[in-house]
Design a protein around this ligand. Sequence first.
Ligand code: NAD
Length: 290
Amino acid sequence: MGEVIYGKPVADKITETVKKDVEELKNRGIVPKLAIVRVGAKPDDLAYERGALKRCEKVGIEPQVVELPEDISQDDFIKELHKLNDDEMVHGILVFRPLPKHLDESVIKYEIAPEKDVDCFSPVNEGKLYEGDDSGFSPCTPVAVMEILKHYDVKLKGADVTVIGASNVVGKPVALLLLNEAATPTICHIDTKDTAKASRNADILVAACGVPRLVKENFVKDSAVVIDVGINLDENGKLCGDVDFDNVKEKASKITPVPKGVGSVTTSILARHVVKACKMQTEKLAEALV
Ligand code: NAD
C-alpha cells in the first residue's frame, strides 16, 4: 500500500514562513491586505472564502471581503476592481471564478492590476507563468501541487507526468509548472482518445478533471505518485476526489487524499502570494521615494 501524503505538514511549513514575513512587515508599519471579490454567494466560493479568512487570521494578513450582487453589470464590476487596484492599502486581489455568465472574463482579466493579482487571473501573470518568470503569480492550486511534490521529495526532473484536465486554472498551469521543473508532461482532456493509457505511462499522475473517482487502478502504473486535485460530491453527496482512492492507493507509491490533500495547501500559497505582492509593492514605493 502506498504512503498517504497529507497537505497539512506542507501548509504548516509555508504558514510558519509567511507568519514570520508578516511580523517583519508589521514591525515596519506595513499590514499586508487581501481583498476577496465574490459575486453572489455560491457554496464553493463561500467554502473557499472561509478557508482563506482562517488562513489570513493565522498569519496576520488583513482580509477584506467585497461581496457584489449576482446581477452586477460588467461596468460596475470593473469599477469595483479599479477601486481595489488604486487602493494602496490593498496588496492582493482574489477574484472568485468562474464569474456569472454575463460578466465576460476575457475582458475583465485585463482590468486587474497584475502586481496585485495573487491567483493568476491577469494575462500578464499567465505570460510570466508560460515563461517561467518568478516575478509573477502562478495560480494557487497548481503551486500547491508543486509544493506537495517537493515536500515529499518526489523527483521531477525527467519524470513522465500525466495531467488529467486542461483548464486554465488547474490543468494547463500545473503542466507548465512541471515543465519548468524539467518534467515531461502529457495533458489529457475530455477529447483525449485514451486517458487511461496516457495515465499508465506516468511516474506522476495529477488528476484535475472534476469527475468523481474517474481514476481507477487501470490508470495507474505500479509505484506511481498520484496527486488528486478534484473536489467533488459523489452520488451519495459525499466529498471525494477524481481518484478512486481506496483502490488506487494499493498501487501507488504515494497518494494524496481528498479531503486533507491539495485543498489544505492552497490557502497557504494564497497567503504567501499576498506577502510577496505586499513586499514588491512596498519596495517599488520605497524606490519611487528615493
Ligand atoms: P474544469 O471543469 O474547468 O476543467 C476540467 C478539465 O477536465 C477539462 O479540461 C476537461 O476537458 C477535463 N475532463 C473532464 N472530464 C474528463 C474525462 N472524463 N477525461 C479526461 N479529461 C476530462 O475544472 P477545474 O476548475 O480545472 O477543476 C478540476 C477539479 O479540481 C474539480 O474537481 C475542482 O473542484 C477541483 N479544484 C480543486 C482545487 C483545490 O484547491 N484542491 C482548486 C480548483 C479546482
